[in-house]
Design a protein around this ligand. Structure first.
Ligand code: MGD
Ligand code: MGD
Ligand code: MO
Length: 763
């Protein structure tokens, strides 16, 4: 009988080095670091070929993040970015995971490796099958694999007993076909990584502005007076955004940063596109840094709103944009009145800031009109995450800072096509008009009952209500909260299927039976019956454009994601009238169907071939808020955090290092934070360390507290760091075991992975 594989990386420490914090981000060091990753993974020649093709008009879309490319100017090394280069190197690696690899390594043995080591094993080359009770994957043919999935799905009592997860790299074409198959099969169980990511932004923005996406374009950064970057670390996670921020600065705009950590990338930066600037001290980006406490953002924004109101009462017309408010918005009086329910005195301790520095921020907001708010996971992964985002919308609405050049909302998306996947219908809560269109075009009855999101899917698997899990990309066990609980949930399934490029822990924590279906990556040529294909993706600013791989497939048995969906659909659906073989023979045919069912894609095949792609319609950008329930942009009432910490408790946020892509660990260095060769660390304030009687590099165990439940993660090194008191930081995914499944954001149900209450015990 096989032993149970480990759902978590081992506790093993790797030999930490602590360095001084670098003074600037990017510059020569970044180029060196990228080149070393690329040459290690793919060699010099292929490396240069790859780097020259990232984000070029005719190349592939960088799988690194969803930040847009400039419409016109692109340098030879494209929109060069260290972490983009690492993402590409990771996919194009020479290392292969072959049937022989699986024959010589048991699942249990592989699970003892760290996530870093698992990922470095390489690209999966053949479809693989793990039979019940066995500890080694075996090779299986595509036909047998598809039939097994079809049989298992058709044996369910109800289509709602299966869930179909998507990670955000899947192309528009693959995502559209996938949701079509899932809905023809009969369920809306389409959870996706968005549920753990920007779902809170979508919820807040739809309610207040009538569109779940951001409103700004890249060009708006050239016109903004003030950019506020809140809850985001672009130096690591969206490095190309630093170029846009630097443009804002060059044109005299100001930048406010709101973050518990002084992230190096936001503080100072050297333009990688301009070698003359690689030497010297770099450009200072942030003008005003507010080192807020974790989850103190609503309190902070509320104080700013109160200061704005106060000033407006003193000098009517000096702060608020009355014309905009009158013509375009609803609910201002209730919002202003609600501010009286809070006093600055009471709000201030939650922020950890002085009133003087908040006044400086308020002044910048009061004195400028073209304001952009940028944010990411620092706002979306809290219990009151939707409040965070609605509160910043309140500020923009008071100023009329939306729907005009140089102003608006900028939720910076994570995965490179996470926004496109949602546009294509990857959503557990589809709207009726979308389903109506699908029914009309494809002649079937679409399910109307809303499906499971990520958290509810885990719950349902745990309760054995769901028996088949299908993952289109991603790494479900490591990306989701509550690792131990989620592992039980996955193990309860009869069959788990992963469509993947690289080996990850989700291939090791499986249902009774498991399949791995290896697919082509972004960087690779996709050849179908009518020849070479390209796919399309939508970036964070709603531009749809082409992506075309340039490398030969890393193994001959790989299929594209659309071909895998077609294979599963044909093996599962008995009476489908959709011609799946025809649709995948030429992706233009899939795009024709997208055009027929989804608004904004008129002349898709023609426009996607235009250099740089095309913008999707965006009502907020056009200063039109009629799609909201009231027909106007809505002010909202929001509540600060209600979490109280006991004396010995700390707030913990789980964040990314500079050397990872979500659960893919590129390396062990967090260079910009000066922490090298170790991931099991807890960043703490010096005074807190002293108060606990601890010292630098002590080994501690972390316990999280939720309701009356406790979760433990063992073996972390204490790192003194510039972080507010009672705040701590650990890295995702090592700390996910501490994130309680039910500790989620109101409305969006996003796991609150940045507000975990912990206690810290010395070993
Ligand atoms: N290289 C690289 N690029 C990536 C990714 C990656 O892993 N690696 N992941 C991609 C994905 S899917 C996403 S969603 C994005 C993630 O991009 P980010 O959201 O930038 O990623 P996180 O590391 O989660 O960082 C959150 C930031 O918010 C701050 N923060 C945490 N809590 C709070 C709070 O309560 N208030 C405020 N104001 N700030 C807070 C943290 O200090 C940190 O700087 O990046 C995408 N791009
Ligand atoms: N504690 C904590 N948890 C978090 C977060 C956090 O900040 N803190 N962040 C959350 C966020 S924002 C997100 S988006 C999720 C991420 O959740 P996921 O998207 O599920 O995770 P990834 O690590 O991005 O997935 C990596 C795997 O995707 C596969 N892959 C890569 N490229 C392709 C491809 O082109 N096609 C296919 N089919 N597979 C591919 C590879 O096998 C790789 O191992 O994690 C969430 N979890
Ligand atoms: Mo994300």
């Amino acid at each position: 009988m096989a032993k149970t594989p480990k759902e978590q990386p081992p506790e093993k420490l790797t030999g930490i080095t602590i360095t001084k914090l670098p003074k600037t981000a990017v510059g020569v060091k970044a180029i060196q670091s990228a080149l070393s990753h690329v040459t290690k993974e793919v060699g010099v020649k292929k490396g240069i070929q790859l780097l020259a093709n990232i984000n070029q008009i005719k190349g592939f879309d960088c799988p690194g993040c969803a930040w847009p490319d400039p419409d016109e100017k692109r340098a030879f090394l494209a929109e060069y970015c260290e972490n983009g280069a690492k993402a590409v190197a990771e996919e194009a690696t020479k290392n292969k995971v072959s049937p022989l690899f699986f024959a010589t390594h048991s699942v249990e043995e592989l699970s003892e490796l760290s996530d870093y080591e698992i990922g470095k094993s390489g690209r999966i080359t053949h479809p693989m099958y793990l039979p019940e009770g066995k500890n080694h994957y075996e090779e299986i043919s595509w036909k047998e694999a598809f039939n097994m999935i079809g049989d298992e799905l058709n044996a369910l009592e109800n289509p709602d007993e299966a869930v179909f997860y998507t990670s955000g790299r899947t192309s528009n074409e693959a995502a559209f076909l996938y949701q079509l198959f899932v809905r023809q099969f009969g369920t809306n169980n389409l959870p996706d990584c968005s549920n753990m990511c920007h779902e809170s932004s979508g919820a807040a923005l739809s309610e207040t502005l009538g569109i779940g996406k951001g409103s700004v374009t890249l060009d708006d950064f050239n016109h903004a007076d003030l950019v506020i970057v809140i809850g985001q670390n672009p130096g690591t996670n969206h490095p190309r955004m630093l170029t846009a921020l630097s443009e804002t600065k060059k044109r005299g705009g100001k930048i406010i940063t709101i973050n518990p950590l002084p992230e190096v990338g936001l503080m100072s930066y050297k333009d990688p596109q301009n070698p003359l600037k690689w030497i010297g001290s770099g450009q200072q980006l942030t003008d005003l840094f507010l080192q807020v406490k974790i989850n103190g953002d609503v309190a902070l924004l509320k104080i700013i709103l109160k200061l704005m109101k106060e000033e407006e009462l003193k000098n009517p017309g000096s702060v608020f944009n009355h014309q905009f408010i009158k013509e375009k918005t609803a609910g201002i009086n209730a919002m202003l009145k609600d501010l009286d329910n809070y006093s600055i005195q009471e709000l201030l301790p939650q922020t950890g800031l002085s009133i003087e520095i908040i006044k400086k921020a308020a002044e910048l907001i009061i004195n400028n009109e073209k304001i952009i708010f940028c944010w990411a996971m620092g706002l979306t992964q809290h219990k009151n995450a939707v409040d965070n985002i609605r509160e910043l919308v309140n500020i923009l609405l008071l100023k009329g800072s939306i729907g005009k050049k140089g102003a608006g909302t900028c939720p910076v998306r994570g995965h490179s096509n996470v926004q496109g996947d949602r546009t294509m219908g990857i959503w557990e809560k589809p709207k009726d008009p979308f389903l109506d269109n699908l029914e009309k075009e494809f002649h079937f009855k679409a399910p109307r009952k809303h499906g499971f999101d990520v958290v509810n899917a885990i719950e349902a698997m745990h309760q054995k209500k769901v028996k088949v899990f299908f993952g289109m990309g991603g790494n479900f066990i490591s990306a989701t909260p509550d690792t131990v609980y989620t592992a039980t949930a996955l193990r309860n399934c009869n069959l788990t299927v992963q469509v993947s490029t690289k080996l990850n822990r989700s291939h090791l924590i499986t249902g009774k039976k498991a399949l791995i279906l290896p697919c082509l990556g972004r960087t690779e040529k996709d050849i179908q019956a009518t020849g070479e294909q390209f796919v399309s993706v939508e970036n964070s600013m709603g531009i749809v454009h082409q992506s075309k791989g340039t490398l030969p497939a890393c193994a001959k048995d790989l299929l594209s994601e659309p071909a895998i969906v077609a294979g599963v659909a044909k093996a599962t659906l008995k009476d489908t009238s959709t011609d799946w073989t025809y649709l995948i023979s030429n992706y233009d045919f899939i795009r024709d169907k997208i055009e027929a069912t989804i608004p904004g894609f008129k002349n898709y095949n023609k426009r996607v071939r235009i250099k740089g792609g095309f913008y999707l319609p965006n009502n907020a950008r056009d200063n039109n808020f009629t799609p909201t329930k009231t027909g106007s942009a809505n002010f909202s009432l929001n509540t600060p955090s209600d979490i109280g910490l006991a004396n010995n408790q700390f707030m913990m946020m789980t964040i990314r290092t500079h050397d990872q892509y979500n659960t893919t660990i590129y390396g062990l260095n967090d260079r910009y934070r000066g922490i090298l060769n170790e991931r099991r660390v807890v960043l703490m304030n010096k005074e807190d360390i002293a108060a606990l009687g601890l010292k630098k590099l002590d080994l501690v165990d972390l316990t999280s507290h939720f309701n009356n439940e406790k979760r433990i993660a063992k073996g972390f090194l204490v790192i003194p760091y510039n972080i507010p008191k009672q705040c701590t930081a650990t890295y995702f995914p090592e700390a996910n075991v501490l994130v309680p499944l039910k500790n989620t954001a109101k409305i969006s149900n996003t796991p609150a992975s940045k507000t975990i209450i912990i206690t810290i015990d010395k070993r």
